[in-house]
Design a protein around this ligand. Structure first.
Ligand SMILES: Nc1nc2c(c(=O)[nH]1)N[C@H]1C(S)=C(S)[C@@H](COP(=O)(O)OP(=O)(O)OC[C@H]3O[C@@H](n4cnc5c(=O)[nH]c(N)nc54)[C@H](O)[C@@H]3O)O[C@H]1N2
Ligand SMILES: Nc1nc2c(c(=O)[nH]1)N[C@H]1C(S)=C(S)[C@@H](COP(=O)(O)OP(=O)(O)OC[C@H]3O[C@@H](n4cnc5c(=O)[nH]c(N)nc54)[C@H](O)[C@@H]3O)O[C@H]1N2
Ligand code: SF4
Ligand SMILES: [Mo]
Length: 783
């Protein structure tokens, strides 16, 4: 399994087979076990998996999908990918100081993301000193001293940024923001800025709260679930069990996606005998193969059709009582929509037929309770915020918010990305939160908004940032405009990462760079006050404990809480009256403080001790919209669509089945039938013909930004694929180099990773081989 080459195979090595039309089942479990065994021993694999998502075990680091009630948990309460993520963490491979003596920083910078991850767990704190090209070991005291000195020496605390990835638990996240604010800055960029920021912006404005309001039972009892812009078969696999349950109870599912993703089509539940041997459950009753960025137009058209249906049969379509008593802005919204929706525009933007949208309207009319789920396909678009506001309009029309079986369901990515926000990881936390911090800790937090991810990169490039500290994550690979971002990062005086595993960000260094290795989710965390656990919040606002049982990967590791407490103490001394040491010895003390600062966390320690933890209140479900008017808001949104000039395509950058964000586990994408290389670009066969390009040929992908600048990703293999005309797809993070830093969603500042204009430049003709696709796409037996 360990590759001798540090580089990934190029596109010529790709082997293409027909995409799968169903997801999960026995092969999925087999693949997970195979990967796990390559990483760890059978005993460790078994031990680890038995603990995964159990009430006394650790939270799956894979995604934020919620666990069923404690009483309804399966012994194998995880999916194929969850098992892979957990065991990737629990790998028995180790990166020791000798590894860094062998490999220079420059060499690591050229290695593939996959190779870096495969080298195993980080074991020692390491430093790269100015002018050197190698990391060398450093002890914790000196490492934290270096960082503290640098922070103390800043002209302004705003010369530091503190990045958080959603992998971090609540306790470390709360500590990090407390430390940053005590130091005097709100520069708290996070992965959420690139993820569901658009959801938060749209939901805050319309419903008054940036989170979803549905629970698993709501999903099960919905008459209709819309899945927009998400690939649950790979990225939230246990969501398919929930959708299967919806269907078993008679609910319908509509999938809106440019790609016919396997999991949206059919699902074989590996936890049930019928899933293992049967045909599985057809998931989508209707599949709308939408053009990239077409969802705004789709919902405007759908909302117009609903208004027209109400006019045709007054009193039968809209929930007038709800609209009148609980919402504002309906008349203006309805009037505007009637005047502005243009069907030719809608059909051009969506690539759909009017009859398909009318079929969707009929499904809506047949449904009392509707849930809308979405992920990155919607949030990473230029007009993501108006799109999501239009989705809210849709739900409000029939009163589908705040009641059982209905509501908004932004499907979160990282396992604790929602919790990190709740804990104050946000460059623009509301004043009420800052006031609570002040009351509890007797210092005045800064009030000026800090830098988010995109603005941090800009500030680094301008030389305004001297210190970067990352709590988990892989900043230079997750962010857009990879080359620009790497150069920006190199301008820092000090870059430091609290990490479990090696990644590219460790090889893109400031003058001084630190690797601060930490415990993984599956490991025991022993402190002077006894064995500790952390807590996380899932996508449906359930907060629960997580604790591992494996021995730490190295005796030199510190927990995230230890690292941050010690750093804060070294940096701030007694400038603020915060008992950092007490927090480190027993996280219960920290939770006690959280319970007094963060709404919904009263009695935190006692409530989280219960199996399954507790749910955070969502005022929307209690009939309260915490907007300024106390009502939900209908909004007017201008029509927008993505356009590419002739000879160009729109590109989305997405995840394969076998990767975890910036970390590819293998070069395969099993469900899509792509094997052996990630340097591929999926293109519609008609576009290939029109562009005079051959399936399987090698091309350079060039993105074209409105200021005339161009970015290149060289040597990608064309794969003829079922995607709407004009729309292509390539993998994140290999294609991030193509996303201009300035290409962001309006208002949320989220990089538009799913809507980039590109052209394809053929490379020297490849030898004329046979078409690699082994048989026509369709029903196949899993291999
Ligand atoms: N195995 C695994 N699980 C993960 C992750 C992982 O990397 N690996 N990452 C986690 C994280 S952080 C996140 S945020 C989630 C991401 O979960 P997803 O959002 O499912 O991830 P993506 O691969 O980015 O897929 C986006 C989907 O949106 C579709 N899409 C693209 N553009 C559009 C559009 O304009 N309209 C519509 N309707 N659809 C569109 C794509 O075809 C694709 O199916 O997954 C989480 N879970
Ligand atoms: N083009 C494009 N870009 C994207 C996206 C896209 O769809 N397209 N998606 C965006 C999204 S949704 C997200 S969320 C971001 C993800 O951005 P990040 O969260 O920054 O990236 P990850 O790949 O999740 O980070 C992986 C690293 O986290 C560290 N790690 C893992 N577990 C732990 C732990 O328990 N503790 C600590 N301290 N470290 C740990 C390991 O060192 C590992 O290498 O990327 C974004 N970027
Ligand atoms: S659905 Fe997500 S949280 Fe659940 S086991 Fe799979 S990867 Fe883990
Ligand atoms: Mo994400």
């Amino acid at each position: 399994m360990r590759e001798s080459s540090t580089e990934d195979p190029g596109g010529e090595q790709a082997k293409i087979t027909p995409p799968k039309t169903w997801a999960a089942g026995v092969p999925a479990v087999a693949h997970a076990v195979q990967y796990s065994l390559a990483e760890t021993s059978p005993r460790r694999t078994a031990l680890n998996l038995l603990d995964l998502n159990q009430t006394k075990g650790f939270d799956c680091p894979g995604c934020a999908w919620p666990d069923p009630d404690p009483g309804n948990r399966h012994v194998n309460e995880y999916c194929e990918n969850g098992a892979k993520h957990a065991n990737d963490d629990a790998t028995t491979r180790r990166i020791t100081p000798e590894f860094f003596a062998r490999h220079s920083v420059s060499e690591l910078g050229r290695a593939s993301d996959r190779w870096l991850n495969q080298q195993g767990r980080l074991t020692h704190p390491m430093v790269k000193r100015p002018g050197r090209d190698h990391y060398e070991p450093i002890d914790w005291h000196e490492a934290l001293g270096l960082l503290a000195d640098e922070l103390r020496g800043l002209d302004s605390p705003d010369e530091a940024v503190f990045y958080t990835s959603g992998r971090a638990g609540n306790e470390p996240a709360f500590l990090l923001q407390l430390f940053a604010r005590a130091l005097g800055t709100n520069n708290l960029p996070d992965c959420s800025n690139m993820c569901h920021e658009s959801s938060g912006t749209a939901l805050h404005e319309t419903l008054g709260i940036g989170k979803g309001d549905v629970s698993l039972p709501d999903l099960h009892h919905a008459d209709l679930v819309l899945s927009l812009g998400q690939n649950p078969g790979s990225n939230h696999p246990r969501m398919l069990s929930a959708l299967e349950e919806t269907k078993r109870r008679g609910g319908k599912i509509v999938a809106v996606n440019p790609l016919p993703e396997a999991g949206l089509m059919r699902f074989k539940n590996p936890q049930k005998a019928r899933g293992v041997i049967g045909r599985g459950t057809n998931i989508a009753d209707q599949f709308l193969q939408i053009r990239l960025g077409g969802d705004l137009a789709l919902f405007q058209a759908l909302n117009l059709l609903l208004l027209e249906a109400e006019e045709a049969a007054p009193g039968t379509v809209l929930d007038r009582a709800f609209i009148d008593s609980r919402t504002d802005g309906f008349e203006k919204f309805a009037d505007r929509l009637r005047r502005t929706v243009s069907w030719p525009d809608v059909l051009a933007a969506t690539g759909l037929k009017r009859a398909q949208i009318e079929e969707l309207r009929d499904r809506v009319l047949a449904s009392e309770r509707i849930v809308v789920c979405w992920a990155m396909g919607l949030t990473q678009q230029k007009h993501a915020v108006p799109t999501l506001r239009e989705v809210v309009n849709f739900l409000l029309l029939r009163g589908n918010i705040g009641r059982p079986g209905a509501g908004v369901c932004p499907v979160r990515g990282h396992s604790n990305v929602q919790g990190d926000r709740t804990m104050g990881i946000w460059e623009q936390m509301p004043q009420t939160f800052l006031d609570s911090l002040e009351r509890e800790f007797s210092f005045t937090p800064p009030t000026a908004h800090g830098l988010d991810t995109v603005d941090s990169i800009r500030a680094m490039a301008e030389g305004k940032i001297k210190v970067f500290l990352g709590l988990a994550g892989n900043f230079v690979r997750a962010t857009p405009d990879s080359d620009y971002t790497a150069d920006a990062m190199r301008r820092c005086r000090l870059t430091a990462h609290i990490s479990t595993k090696l990644n590219r960000s460790h090889a893109v260094c400031g003058d001084t760079a630190l690797i601060l290795p930490t415990l993984g989710r599956s490991e025991r965390d022993r402190q002077s006050g006894g064995e500790q656990f952390i807590t996380v919040e899932d996508s449906m606002s359930q907060v629960h404990a997580s604790s591992g049982r494996l021995e730490p990967a190295s005796k030199h590791l510190l927990s995230e809480v230890s690292i941050l407490s010690r750093l804060a103490r070294r940096t701030l001394g007694d400038r603020v009256p915060v008992p950092w040491e007490e927090f480190e010895s027993d996280y219960g003390h920290l939770r006690e403080r959280i319970s007094r600062v963060v709404p919904g966390f009263h009695n935190f320690n006692a409530r989280v001790a219960k199996p399954g933890g507790f749910g955070l209140p969502n005022p929307v479900n209690d009939g309260v919209f915490p907007t300024p008017s106390g009502k939900a808001l209908f909004t007017c949104n201008d029509f927008e669509m993505l356009r590419a000039p002739t000879g160009h395509l729109l590109l989305q950058t997405l995840r394969s089945h076998d990767q975890w964000n910036t970390v590819p586990y293998t070069t395969n994408d099993r469900y899509r039938g792509i094997h052996g290389s990630r340097r591929i670009i999926m293109v519609n066969p008609a576009d290939l013909r029109a562009l005079g390009l051959r399936d399987g040929a090698q091309v350079d992908v060039v993105s074209v930004w409105r200021d005339g600048s161009e970015r290149r990703a060289d040597d990608f293999r064309l794969v003829s694929y079922s995607t709407p005309p004009g729309c292509a797809a390539a993998y994140y993070p290999e294609a991030n180099v193509l996303v201009p830093l300035d290409s962001v969603a309006d208002r949320s500042n989220t990089p538009t990773s799913k809507g980039i204009v590109v052209r394809l430049e053929p490379r020297a003709a490849a030898p004329n081989g046979p078409d690699m696709r082994t048989s026509p796409a369709g029903e196949t037996v899993e291999g």
